[in-house]
Design a protein around this ligand. Sequence first.
Ligand code: NCD
Length: 324
Amino acid sequence: MSTDVLDWGEVPAAWRRRHLLGVEELSAGEITLILDQAERFKSVLIQDKSYENSGRKIPLLAGKTCVNLFFENSTRTKTSFALAARRLGMDVVDFSASTSSLSKGETFIDTVKNLEAMQIDAIVVRHSCPGTAMLLSENIRGHVLNAGDGAHEHPTQALLDILTIRQRFGRIAGLTIALVGDIAHSRTARSNIWGLKALGANVILCGPSTLVAKQWESLGVTVSFSLDQILDRVDVFNLLRIQFERQVIRPFPSTREYSHLYGMDSERLSRTKSDVLIIAPGPINRGLEVTPEVADGQHSAILEQVTNGVAVRMAALWMCMNAK
Ligand code: NCD
């Protein structure tokens, strides 16, 4: 495959979104368009030698500028968005909230309008407040990509999770996928639920009743408070981090009790399906949600998810910035 810009054609006419704010609003067809495009980028990222020799660039967005606006910590998402933008030929600027004039009292929208006055084309935003990406999209001319808004949505994380599952099983429809852990505080959980349901998966939410409530079943999912009871009927376990930083009240007596009841270890793994897939958005707390043997073992696709993240973010940037 050649990395020539002309070979990539146009963004499919069925993709009409200028922003990627959440998965809830995406149809199954739109999700599939992003995943298919991400696979095309990934095959070049991984297989094409000429790509390696061309500075790892597919310069479809050369001349455009992207600002990474992160108000919460990030390792994977921020680096991966920056790499995705650079690999598409964009210039990337990192905005540091703590050293900006926000600390002098400037409003969020004023800050962003000033950034936009410097002729930027896209903003990747992560913020602790749900709705931040939507607010931005209503106030600026550029493209907005949501890199996580509070406990609301984290669309590219869900898309890369779903791509990883689709690559392993060849489909999503009919699979049983369990999201285990801190459902209450997880934007990844919400985005996964919308995406997986749209594509026809059976979704189980599993965790202590302080972190997942029966009412979640109104979303068309099943809630289970016992990991042991669901082990043998799940195809994919997505192990969510316990988000201590978002919790006001401690949701369980001790981390030891949590790992005893909900941690994925080798013994539990031995009671799962033989082709079970273990994924996690990261960061993982080794020994709490998952033991090192399982996280680094043959059923784990945790690092594959990270590889897929760059391809998914390339697809999201290119498609939003070239939507008809
Ligand atoms: C997730 C996030 O920030 O929501 N991580 C990520 O983006 N890779 C999940 C988490 O922080 O646990």
